[in-house]
Design a binder for this molecule. Structure first.
Ligand code: NDP
Length: 292
């Protein structure tokens, strides 16, 4: 194994703050990039470069924060020549999920000319990639964050406006002023309810996260009066063809300058302290765990 990474779900598992681990003992780690050292699978040979995201690894199956892993070959996808193992983990499940969200909005017919697209939890891993990918696809991006000190970082990623997440995190009205053509929400709870209430007629939100909470204290008003669409995005059990498509798009959209801005490196023995910092909301962007 060359690299892994630290996602929100890994931090939940390591700190015990969420019921991610289904059986103990468990090795956490939902993402990996590395080289096959032994294979019984017809599609893979020793020396092949591979990538894995999700499929319950680090939850039900021993995971990626380790020097070696034994995995079902059907879960792997080949690592293309455009991406190093390090780059793939700088992107990780966070970047891949952000790409799935962008694809979902595009498939819902949201074009750049429709108007601004809001990203919540913008300084986090999924949020950082959502801002950057949308901007690179030509969308006008509004970034919502609790870290006003990261405004310059978010603008460097491509946000044209940065708003304070407090404006979205308290209970709100069923319908609010129509502001955004679409949104990518990594936060859930009151934030997602307020995002739905503030979408323009016919708008769509790709919802993938629950950093504020798993609840959704919303009204049906935006759906039945403005035709707003709420699209759920899942990376864990996402079908293989769609994963490969998302990673192909990522390898075309992402470059080393962007990854240098978003990601930093840690070692395996720094994982536990970093997981606590992530849960306390002290991190920005992504963390690559160097294992080799
Ligand atoms: P991060 O911890 O990197 O980012 C989460 C961000 O959410 C924080 O940086 C912060 O951003 C914001 N935030 C944190 N706490 C709160 C709060 N109480 N209220 C409002 N905003 C808050 O996590 P990831 O980006 O890795 O993951 C984000 C979410 O997406 C998680 O819930 C994760 O479980 C989910 N996820 C889902 C996937 C799927 O398949 N559906 C795949 C990957 C992730 P800021 O300070 O900028 O506001």
């Amino acid at each position: 194994m060359h690299c892994s990474t630290l996602n929100y779900k890994d931090a939940l598992a390591i700190t015990g703050r969420g019921p991610v681990v289904r059986s103990f003992p468990m090795v956490p780690g939902i993402d990996l990039a590395g080289v096959v050292t032994q294979s019984d699978h017809p599609a893979y040979r020793v020396g092949d470069r591979v990538l894995l995201n999700g499929w319950g690894v680090g939850e039900k199956h021993w995971g990626a924060l380790a020097e070696q892993c034994r995995l079902d070959g059907d879960w792997l996808i080949p690592l293309t020549n455009e991406l190093s193992a390090h780059d793939a983990m700088a992107i990780g499940t966070a970047g891949y999920t952000a790409m799935l969200c962008v694809m979902a909005l595009q498939e819902a017919g949201i074009r750049p000319q429709a108007g601004p697209v809001l990203v919540t939890g913008a300084s986090g891993g999924v949020g950082s990639f959502a801002v950057a990918l949308l901007a690179r696809k030509g969308y006008e991006v509004v970034a919502s964050t609790g870290k006003q000190e990261e405004a310059e970082y978010l603008k460097a990623l491509g946000a044209s406006e940065v708003i304070d997440r407090k404006a979205l995190s308290e209970p709100g009205k069923p319908l609010a002023r129509e502001r955004w053509a679409a949104a990518i929400d990594t936060v859930g709870s009151h934030t997602l309810a307020n995002v739905c209430a503030g979408l323009r007629y016919g708008g769509a939100v790709a919802a993938c996260g629950m950093a504020q909470g798993l609840d959704l204290p919303a009204s049906v008003a935006p759906f039945i009066l403005r035709g707003v669409r709420l699209i759920g995005v899942d990376s864990v059990m996402c079908p293989r063809d769609r994963r490969i498509l998302a990673w192909e798009k990522l390898s075309r959209l992402v470059d080393s300058e962007l990854l240098g801005l978003i990601a930093r490196d840690i070692t395996l023995d720094q994982v536990i302290e970093t997981a606590h910092a992530l849960m306390e909301g002290k991190l920005r962007g992504r963390v690559v765990v160097n294992i080799a």
